[in-house]
Ligand binder design. Structure first.
Ligand code: MN
Length: 254
């Protein structure tokens, strides 16, 4: 079992190290992660410039690879033959914030797992639901243990084709996590605000600011599971077709 571990927060992120360490008992782990933070960069395929890959070491002294490419490039490169050995499973994370509802389209953590699905490999994205008011270092150990258990299940059972798992873990000690819920995507409520300022040259600039996003904790959704203290496991696929809209559209005057 050869497991590729990546993330969107960069190769030095503590969540990446915790995940790599948790997965080592399951097989050979190769870490290939971006050399900078790509959070909220969406699904990327770098085609307009060369990609560099260089060896580095994680904080525990273990070897890793890093690249100036995006998280999804970190999956595409091995799928295209970068490594000597074929990859069997891709696990991405641990992202320091949850990836819920519509977040999955922005998330580099999740889109790295999407790239695995496109390449015919099982992909798992692991995100931690840190409370917005949290300060200081995070404890990634419970989420790393959850990631290992999910990986064990995927290795034992396989995933359907073109399917990835988005895993979101409550920010609780392991003993206080109530279990696992298989969920659907819930509804994210973004509270973005446009901040307009003026630069020292008198020119306007804009930032997307606002409050930390919220969500609707309906039963059966990712938000609902976290609100009830469960790990949320959402199977995702890349077929974004709105099937319910198709019949209505067929009736338009084409
Ligand atoms: Mn991130």
């Amino acid at each position: 079992m050869h497991i590729l571990v990546t993330n969107d927060d960069g190769v030095t992120a503590p969540g990446l190290l915790a995940l790599a360490q948790a997965l080592r008992p399951l097989g050979e782990v190769t870490v290939l992660a971006p050399d900078r933070n790509w959070s909220a960069s969406g699904h990327v395929k770098t085609l307009d410039r060369p990609l560099r890959v260089r060896p580095t070491t994680l904080a525990d002294g273990s070897p890793a690879l890093t690249t100036d490419g995006a998280p999804s490039d970190c999956v595409a490169l091995p799928l295209l033959g970068l490594l000597d050995k074929k990859v069997d499973l891709v696990v991405s994370g641990i992202n320091p914030w949850a990836n819920l509802g519509h977040d999955v389209t922005y998330s580099g953590t999740v889109t790295a797992a999407m790239e695995a699905a496109i390449g015919g490999l099982p992909g798992i994205a692991v995100s931690l639901n840190t409370p917005p008011q949290h300060q200081g270092e995070r404890d990634y150990e419970p989420a790393a243990e959850v990631g290992r258990r999910v990986a064990e299940q995927v290795i034992a059972n396989g995933l359907p084709p073109n399917t990835l798992l988005s895993v979101n873990v409550p920010y609780f000690p392991l003993a206080e996590i109530k279990g696992f819920h298989i969920t659907r995507q819930g509804l994210r409520v973004y509270r973005d605000e446009l901040v307009r300022r003026t630069d020292p040259h008198g020119r306007p600039y804009y930032w997307i600011g606002g409050e930390f996003p919220d969500g609707v904790p309906d039963d059966g959704t990712d938000f609902g599971a976290l609100a009830q203290g469960f790990v949320s496991i959402t199977p995702l696929h890349l077929d974004l077709t709105a099937y319910a809209a198709m019949d209505g559209l067929k009736g338009w005057a084409w």
